[in-house]
Design a protein around this ligand. Structure first.
Ligand SMILES: O=C(O)CCC(=O)C(=O)O
Ligand SMILES: [Fe+2]
Length: 248
């Protein structure tokens, strides 16, 4: 890694989208990596996600709390999603949340651990300030809690295309934690997959939070830089943990 004289600083990439470099210390990165390794084991462990077009995602994924994946058949017309793009029903939404790994081994998804809920709340508070959380414990009138963790594992050639995180029903900010190799994280706009966008370098330990006007912005990972993980972490590749409130 190139030498750097100055620490990297907090940056607001777009209104509501905040990058906090080096947010996780080395011990917490190690603890999260160990936990990711446990979560990635079967049942309902790391899997390859099929896309509605018949391809596969290059980043492999494991889910906690709720399972996110392709909708196998449309409840409105009963056909596989990619076979009937004209269906006005759930075909419009080729991905959904479920309680079991429907496109994996079919096992119940592992529970969402309290550690990740605590981290999500701390992350949002650090990103926006004390009262901005937008999700909380259950209770009358309280916003829904963080209850979904998606963990993406990127090998050297893995990517993630521009997309929106739009399958949740709560508007709490998405919290994203990076471990291992550095990547280019592309943060775009809410209207199109195309420019304008800003490319941000996310390194091991970085936090990125997007909420408010940025909650539904397109984003993706066009590139991972292999071999850039901190050697003491002991990870080859990149892990990303995104935390969301489902409101489902
Ligand atoms: O890997 C990343 O940094 C982004 C992951 C992501 O956008 C997602 O899981 O929806
Ligand atoms: Fe995303």
């Amino acid at each position: 890694m190139d030498a750097e004289l100055f620490p990297r600083e907090r940056a607001e990439i777009a209104p509501g989208a905040v990058h906090l470099p080096d947010w996780l210390d080395a011990a917490l990165q190690r603890e999260l990596l160990d936990a990711c390794r446990r979560w990635a084991r079967p049942p309902a462990g790391l899997r390859t996600v099929r896309t509605p077009g018949g391809g596969t995602m290059t980043a492999r994924q494991v889910c906690l709390g709720l399972h996110w994946g392709p909708v196998p058949a449309c409840p409105a017309c009963g056909r596989a999603v990619r076979d009937n793009p004209a269906c006005p029903g759930p075909h419009q939404y080729p991905y959904a949340y479920s309680r079991t790994a429907v496109d994996g081994d079919g096992a119940p998804v592992k529970p969402f651990p309290p550690l990740l809920g605590d981290l999500a709340h701390r992350a949002v508070t650090d990103a926006y300030g004390a009262d901005a959380c937008g999700a909380g414990p259950h209770g009358a009138g309280a916003p829904p809690p963080y209850d979904i963790g998606l963990i993406n594992f990127y090998g050297a050639d893995a990517r993630m295309g521009m997309h929106r995180d739009g399958d949740e029903r709560a508007d709490a900010p998405v919290v994203s934690l990076s471990l291992g190799d550095t990547c280019v994280f592309r943060f775009g706009n809410t209207g199109t997959r195309t420019r304008p966008w800003t490319d941000v370098e996310l390194r091991s330990g970085d936090l990125f939070v997007f909420g408010g006007p940025a909650r539904l912005a397109y984003h993706g990972v066009p590139r991972v830089h292999p071999g850039t993980a901190p050697p003491e972490l002991g990870l080859t590749g990149r892990l990303n943990i995104t935390l969301r409130a489902g409101g489902l």
